[in-house]
Design a protein around this ligand. Structure first.
Ligand SMILES: [Zn+2]
Length: 288
């Protein structure tokens, strides 16, 4: 446990250091930096660009640690609106569950010598897959109008889990996702580190918590502490704002997020297990 905490502290410190280095100076101009005009657009949408400076990742940008935006999604988003500061929030767009919808999830598995699956760094270890399965089981045990099912092929899957680049895994990115589409589909991709067990020593439950968090974004959950990320991340007060996607209070959930309640949608993880608490369950059942 101690070792896990130490390693995680290192990761958090790495993230914080990156930010504080850049706070005093203009952002370091390497190939991870986001063009200033894009930074301005992201800030206009209401995202926090100061506590955690957006970085380039694949074809887009990683914002607030785990939100993935592209030029296209930025262009599609409206201007920021004002939002209240109470607990449990959803985006404006939600998944259209109809009378009940099964959301399929595909994650490539590491090949174990000659079998099917992806070789080397593009697939997930059995520990990561076990975490995904536990995350799915947690949602399904709530008997919501959406349920999740892991499938063995990416073709037609609603959500595809893909490995982060080695570089992003090394610099401590854990995972990222986006929000539901205008047409009522879940966001289609979770970019997830494949080293949560091998590098950080997380338990299956800890891995499940992080994957369930990204799945939560895909179906429309904002961070429980989006109005003040310092609740779970530490550091100074930091409001993520409307983010151009909405932050609608979910009726029946209390005001004032606390780290002690360990919501699965808190902005920052401590690597521990955060199964759905009663407020999380209220929020899930309200939306779905
Ligand atoms: Zn998140």
């Amino acid at each position: 446990m101690r070792r896990i905490n130490n390693i995680l502290s290192l990761v958090l410190i790495a993230g914080i250091t990156l930010v504080s280095c850049s706070e005093d100076q203009s952002p370091v101009a390497d190939d991870l930096s986001v063009p200033s005009e894009v930074l301005a657009q992201i800030a206009d949408l209401g995202f926090d660009i100061e506590t955690q400076i957006p970085t380039k990742i694949d074809e887009g940008y990683l914002v607030e640690g785990d939100i993935y935006l592209t030029d296209q999604t930025i262009a599609e988003m409206g201007q920021g609106r004002s939002i209240a500061t109470v607990e449990q929030y959803s985006t404006d767009n939600l998944v259209n569950a109809g009378g009940g919808r099964v959301i399929t999830v595909y994650a490539p598995e590491e090949s174990s010598g000659g079998g099917r699956g992806k070789k080397g760094s593009s697939g997930y270890s059995p520990a990561m897959i076990a975490g995904l399965d536990l995350a799915i089981a947690r949602y399904n045990s709530e008997n919501l109008s959406i349920s999740f099912q892991r499938v063995s092929s990416s073709s037609g899957a609603d959500i595809v889990m893909t490995r982060l680049s080695k570089r992003d895994e090394r610099r401590g990115v854990l995972g990222s996702a986006g929000f539901p589409t205008n047409s009522g589909d879940p966001y289609g991709e979770i970019k997830m580190s494949g080293v949560l067990e091998s590098s950080y020593g997380l338990s299956t439950a800890g891995i499940a918590t992080i994957i369930a968090h990204e799945m939560g974004h895909c179906v429309g959950f904002r961070h429980t502490d989006f109005f003040d990320r310092s609740i779970s991340c530490g550091g100074g007060t930091s409001n993520e704002g409307d983010g151009g996607v909405g932050a609608n209070h979910i009726p029946g959930t209390p005001t004032g997020a606390t780290a002690a309640k360990k919501s699965w949608m808190l902005a920052c993880t401590d690597g521990g297990d955060r199964p759905f608490n009663n407020d999380d369950k209220t929020a899930l059942n309200y939306l779905y």
